[in-house]
Design a protein around this ligand. Structure first.
Ligand code: SF4
Length: 332
């Protein structure tokens, strides 16, 4: 998958860098700054289908950001952090189409700086004010975890703070690394899923939904908390029926004992919508019109959206998932 590893001189002696080099065994090149290449040379998004470069770099600042409203479950403080840019998967609705000038992967390897910044926030929290840290804003949190193997040090930090919560969002079903990690109460592994008929059309290069559910079950049995993102929900003529089937599959594979279930209908900022239309003109995403909402986002018409949200929610409620664990994600 990777053509070349480009390594910043300042991280070339990091243990994690040497390990990644060893695991990949592709050509390495040393550079001063990833920004001299990654943000300077425009590379069309769909070039990710051919070959990608991998940058190993040091992030200098901006380790944690405050999460927007409705990003996570209600209550507590919510932040996100991202120690990688871009993703090896290719979902047709992915916001990464418009986030960077290149689909190449950047991994920031100075985890000690991230951990320090996170701990600075966590020490300020109290037992009645959960502090959530959501990982993977600009990537999939676990897609490359077999290569990077960084999470145990995060789990160790969060386990020191009972009021803290760490969320890793993913569509990955690869557990080779996580199986070796020690679970803790603070970590939630959340999986984005949708019915097979929809996912097989729009979630390109991702593991099938059945594999994701199997991974959830395995992780739950290992002692991890798991959660579900029914987000984005994409229109389908048989939406209600397909989500009833999905709810039944989740019930059978994972049970109702999940931390939360978020529901969100597909939406785009206008500039991203143009990219999606250009990259995937025949996608099933476009079978309904997108209108501009008051918040500037492109969304399906409100009546349709409400109907879709109700169908999806009802499917999970009727299957026995408690209402208290369900929330709407990023609705206007
Ligand atoms: S898994 Fe997430 S980050 Fe990766 S392509 Fe799909 S939507 Fe984008």
């Amino acid at each position: 998958m990777f053509e070349k590893i480009l390594i910043e001189n300042q991280v070339k002696n990091y243990e994690i860098v040497k390990n990644i080099q060893q695991r990949l065994s592709v050509e390495s090149e040393w550079i001063d700054s990833y920004q001299d290449y990654f943000s300077k040379v425009r590379k069309p998004y769909l070039h990710k289908r051919k070959r990608l470069n991998l940058f190993l770099a040091k992030r200098e600042k901006g380790f944690i950001k405050t999460a927007p409203d409705a990003y996570g479950k209600e209550g507590g403080e919510h932040y996100y952090f991202s120690h990688s840019f871009n993703c090896i998967f290719e979902c047709e609705y992915c916001y990464l189409q418009d986030s960077f000038r290149s689909p190449d992967i950047v991994l920031f390897v100075n985890h000690h700086d991230y951990l320090d910044a996170i701990e600075e926030k966590l020490v300020c929290g109290s037992s009645d004010n959960a502090i959530w840290m959501h990982a993977g804003e600009y990537s999939d949190s676990l897609a490359l975890s077999g290569l990077t193997r960084e999470w145990q040090q995060y789990f160790d930090l969060f386990s020191k703070y009972p009021h803290s919560r760490l969320e890793l969002r993913t569509k990955s079903a690869s557990l080779q690394y996580l199986k070796k990690c020690k679970p803790n109460k603070q970590t939630v592994l959340s999986f984005s899923i949708s019915p097979h008929e929809i996912a097989s059309s729009v979630d390109r290069k991702t593991p099938p939904v059945a594999s994701r559910l199997k991974a959830m079950r395995t992780l739950k049995n290992l002692g991890f908390s798991v959660a579900i993102h029914l987000d984005p929900v994409v229109y389908h003529d048989r939406l209600a029926e397909l989500y009833r089937e999905l709810a039944s599959q989740v019930y059978e594979q994972v049970g109702v004992g999940v931390e939360y279930v978020s529901v969100g209908v597909v939406r785009f900022p206008s500039h991203l919508y143009r990219e999606v239309a250009r990259n995937y003109p025949d996608s099933i995403i476009h079978t309904q019109p997108f209108l501009k909402s008051k918040d500037g986002m492109r969304r399906y018409p409100k009546v349709l959206r409400n109907r879709m949200l109700k169908s999806v929610r009802d499917a999970f409620l009727n299957q026995g998932f408690p209402e208290s664990i369900m929330y709407d994600c990023m609705e206007d």
